[in-house]
Design a binder for this molecule. Sequence first.
Ligand code: PEP
Ligand code: MN
Length: 352
Amino acid sequence: MFVRMVKAATAEQLSAVRERAVAAGLAVYEEQGSTGSTLAILGPSGASAALEQEFGALAGVASVSRATRPYRLASREFRETPTVVKVRDAVIGGGTLTLMAGPCSIESREQLFEVAQGVADAGATLLRGGAFKPRTSPYAFQGLGLDGLRLLAEARERTGLPIITEVMEPAQVDMVSEFADVLQVGTRNMQNFSLLNAVGRTRMPVMLKRGLSGTIEEWLLAAEYILAAGNTQVILCERGIRTFETAARNTLDLNAVPILRKLTHLPVIVDPSHATGKRWMVAPMSYAGVAAGADGIMVEVHPKPEEAWSDGEQSLTIPMFQRLAGELRSIHTLVTPLHNDPGAAGASPSKK
Ligand code: PEP
Ligand code: MN
C-alpha cells in the first residue's frame, strides 16, 4: 500500500507510520515528492483493509491507496518524477541523451584504447565493454575477466568516460563493483534473482537488460528486486526480444519505450546492436529509439569489426559511431519538446 503524507507532515508523524508498519512485519520505503512524502509499505502478505484504515487515521496521513500494479517501487504510483542516475560526470535520464558505446568484448589494451578514445571524441557519455561474457557456446571467447576490468579502468583514466560492464553472478559483484561505474545485468540474467538481490545490496547504478522472452511486467518485477533491496539507481535497457521473426537477430520492441515511460520513472536505454545483430540496422533503429523517447542508446563499436572476437557483425566502426552520435543529438533536440509537451500528439501520459 502507498501512504501519502501531507506536505507539512512532521518527522514524528512519519516515524509513527514507519513504526506501525514495522510492527506489522512490513517493509517501508520513502519517496519525497513535491506534494509530500509517499511511503510504500510492502510485504509478502500485503496489507489488510483493517491496517489500511489504521494508517488512514494516523496524524499527518493524507491518503492511503492500494497499488494497482504488481511492481511497486518501480511504478509511477510510487514516484511520479523521472529517476535521474548520476554516474561521475554523466547524467542518465531527466531529459539528457546518453550514448553508451564501446566494444562487445574487451580484447586487448590496443583495441580497447582505440575504441575508447574514438567514442570519447565523438561525444559518447559512457564507455561499455564486456570483461565477463555470457556466450551461447562454451567454446566461444568468454572475456578477459579481471584483466579486462583493469583495462577498462585504465581507459576511464585516459578518456574520463565512466564505464559500464556486465556482472554475471553474485560472487563477482564485489570485484566488478571495484572497477565499474555502472553494473550491467545481462539479458540472460534478467530473472537471476540472487544476482538481482546482490546488485540491489550495492548502491551502484545498475542497468538491467530485458530478458530474451521477458514481458514488460516481468522486467519491471525484476527491477523491483533491485529497488526492494534498497538500490534506487536502476536503468532499464530494451535490447530486443525473441519472436517468430528470424530476419534480424532479435525484434526490437520499441513499444516498450512509451509503455515504460508511462508505467515507470526509471530511465530507458535502447540497444539496437543486440536487437538487430546487423551493423546496417543499428543507425535507423537508434534514430527510432531516441525518437520514441528513450533516454539514450547503447551500441557496440570496434576498430575493425570484421576481426572482432564477438558480435563483429553488429559492431559499428569508429567513424560510423561518430556520425551516428551527431545525428542522434539532432534527433534528440527535435523530439525532447514533443515528449515534454502534454498537448503533443506523441506525449507520454504518466497516468492511465
Ligand atoms: C552485452 O551488452 O554485452 C550483452 C551481452 O548483451 P545482452 O545481455 O543484451 O545479450
Ligand atoms: Mn555483444
